[in-house]
Design a protein around this ligand. Structure first.
Ligand SMILES: [Zn+2]
Length: 429
């Protein structure tokens, strides 16, 4: 889906799924990829070597493409919607990309650009939504971090205090607020955890985080009771009357946030409510290893971060870290197989439903296991992104944005050369 709001009807009818995946153009490549340059199509030393290091030649290629795409993006942004301040498709997403580029290159000009873009975003906030990806919390959290990096302490604190003011509507029980990541409470929780990670653990105090976490847990318990699912799935969430599974609108995204160590979910809630709910979702998986878009959907079609294995894999990886049970890791590896086979998308190169977002699954699994197979796969998807625009993919509605377009591909490319420090934007912590 493009705009998750305007295409909601289309989404709920699930008719926008005519898009098919590309066949992976590297058949049986894995079997041969046991050592350096095992892929005959690759020039020696192009991909990660036997130690799992991304080679200097590949790094140079990626870095040069990043520069090239960045120029195209800047040119393209001249005609972008001036009123879209969001992280998902607007100015804050571009600011977040420049923060990332500053993190990996330490070039001061990137930080300055991040400031320019986030200021542009903060001038046009509308008070309509509370999340990091689609609401005011994104610009305010990114603004707090950019100002902090520039040692503008007063400005950073001002952003933080405005971020915390949003809490009232997040906690208000009469608010018609969902819990999912794009528009709901989990998307506000992410903003709080993000500023604590970037600025320091006392930027937002733990009691505030606990209040938000409690609101999410209570909401999940209530829906579960209402739907008489307390036995099977004690924490249940829905968005527009549909119980989605994926990372963007669904259970996997909410559970993933609740499992973050910094969320400090009480141990009994973790074991008695969250864990059985995660296992309930696990049992919905298709024979292929992929996951349905919602609890009521039976068709194994979508392989996106927003719907399908590329989002659910992050929940499984986190469940493995928290519960230390091999079944979670095994199923995460199965997700990676699905993504490897079917994860190059006609929808393009972006983060939400594109190749870059899918490739982050390999990076996350690589960080966890240190198995170089996963890094190879991330590099192969990066190679695909290096040929940006040549595969006949559909042009997204916001072609230069972070979650739909070019900025997302640049973010991924800048991460793939430093895989240990890679981080799925607006999601991983
Ligand atoms: Zn999507």
């Amino acid at each position: 889906m493009g705009d998750h709001v305007s295409k909601r009807l289309k989404l709920s009818a699930e008719t926008d799924m005519e898009e098919r995946c590309f066949q992976n153009p590297y058949p049986d490549w894995d079997q041969r990829a046991a050592g350096p340059a095992a892929d005959p199509e690759a020039e020696p030393g192009e991909l990660p070597d036997a130690e799992g290091q991304v080679s200097a030649a590949f790094q140079r290629k990626v870095q040069s493409k990043v520069k090239d795409l960045l120029q195209q993006m800047e040119e393209g942004l001249k005609t972008a919607d001036p009123h879209d301040f969001s992280t998902y498709t607007g100015w804050t997403g571009i600011a977040l990309l420049y923060l990332q580029l500053h993190r990996v290159t330490h070039e001061a000009s990137h930080l300055q650009r991040a400031l320019d873009y986030v200021k542009r975003a903060m001038r046009i906030l509308n008070g309509r939504r509370v999340t990091f990806l689609c609401g005011d919390a994104g610009p305010l959290a990114v603004g707090a971090v950019v100002h902090h990096r520039l040692n503008n302490t007063a400005d950073s604190k001002e952003c933080l205090s405005r971020l915390l003011q949003l809490q009232r509507s997040v906690l208000s029980p009469d608010a018609e607020l969902p819990d999912e990541l794009l528009y709901g409470r989990a998307g506000y929780l992410y903003a709080l955890l993000y500023v604590n990670k970037e600025i320091g653990a006392d930027a937002v105090d733990q009691s505030t985080i606990t209040e938000v976490v409690t609101a999410i847990v209570e909401s999940g318990k209530n829906l579960s009771a209402e739907q008489k699912k307390a036995e099977r799935c004690p924490l249940l969430y829905e968005w527009h009357n549909k119980q989605y599974i994926g990372a963007a609108h669904g259970l996997a995204g909410v559970y993933y946030m609740l499992m973050q160590p910094a969320a400090q979910l009480p141990a009994d809630v973790l074991s008695e409510l969250l864990r059985p709910s995660i296992d309930y979702v696990r049992h919905k998986r298709f024979r292929s290893g992929n996951f349905p878009s919602s609890l009521s959907n039976e068709s194994d079609r979508l392989v996106h971060w927003c719907h399908g294995a590329p989002g659910v894999i992050h929940m499984l990886i986190m469940a493995y870290k928290v519960f230390k049970e091999d079944k979670y890791l095994k199923e995460a590896a199965d997700c990676a197989e699905v993504i490897w086979q079917r994860g190059l998308l006609r929808k393009g190169y972006g983060i939400c439903h594109g190749t870059a977002g899918n490739a982050y699954a390999f990076l996350s699994l690589y960080k966890l296991t240190q198995e170089k197979k996963h890094l190879y796969r991330a590099c192969k998807f990066a190679e695909w992104c290096l040929d940006y625009g040549t595969h006949g993919c559909r042009i997204p509605d916001r072609p230069y944005s972070l979650f739909e377009g070019m900025a997302g591909a640049i973010h991924f490319l800048s991460d793939v050369v430093k895989p240990e420090a890679s981080c799925f934007p607006a999601f991983e912590l």
